[in-house]
Design a protein around this ligand. Structure first.
Ligand code: 3PG
Ligand code: 3PY
Length: 203
């Protein structure tokens, strides 16, 4: 799978912060049932690698790791079954390791220099992070203009109400957001309904 194929699975990539391994499968099943297949499990909880292992067993789920900060975390995530890697930023060290490994990689960018560092590494697909705090839609439009080959997954502060406006930007292939899976004990029916609404955002 390429990073484009991951980004084209659905208009929304749910960003997941999961504490309990037991929640992993029910959440992934509900998301996939609602039509969201690319799932970003952030490495922000001690359970994250086990959560990736569990979610990877769910039919139809394409599970990736988020908040990957260095090559060691990249390797651990891929070993756990992550099929794509997301990072809040882009260092040369992580970028080189990702390119070498061949794993689909979506590094975070917030400036023109960040994008240029990515282009130097042969990367053209980026997460615009944190999307709202960095100036929102006008900022991404202005930033994208000089980089015709670049495509983006804005993430950070995007909601069910604003996602469609982001998705209307031609350079945006998908958006990321945590709204699909609220904190707390998972309610499968609610998650599936939120996923279904998100999956239909681009019509
Ligand atoms: C995050 O940092 O947790 C992700 O970017 C998701 O952000 P959100 O909670 O604002 O959707
Ligand atoms: C990530 O997912 O990589 C982030 O840390 C930001 O959402």
């Amino acid at each position: 799978m390429t990073i484009d194929e991951v980004m084209e699975l659905a208009p929304v990539v749910p960003v997941l912060v999961i504490d309990n391994i037991a929640d992993a499968r029910p959440i992934a099943e509900a998301l996939v049932a609602g039509g969201l297949r690319a799932l970003e499990v952030t490495l922000r909880t001690p359970a994250a690698l086990d959560v990736i292992r569990e979610m990877a067993k769910v039919d139809g789920a394409v599970v990736g790791a988020g908040t990957v900060l260095n090559p060691d975390q990249l390797e651990a995530a891929v070993d756990a079954g992550a099929r794509f890697i997301v990072s809040p930023g882009l260092t040369k060290t992580l970028g080189k390791a990702a390119v070498k490994s061949g794993v689909p990689f979506l590094p975070g960018i917030a400036t023109a220099a960040d994008i240029m560092r990515g282009l130097d590494l042969g990367l053209t697909r980026f997460k615009f992070f944190p999307a709202e705090a960095n100036g929102g839609i006008p900022a991404l439009k202005a930033l994208a203009a000089p980089f015709h080959t670049a495509r983006f997954c804005p993430t950070g502060g995007i909601t069910e109400a604003t996602a469609a406006d982001w998705l209307a930007i031609p350079a945006v292939k998908c958006v990321g957001g945590s709204w699909v899976v609220p904190k707390g004990a998972p309610d499968k029916a609610k998650i599936e309904a939120a996923a279904r609404a998100a999956a239909q955002l681009r019509g």
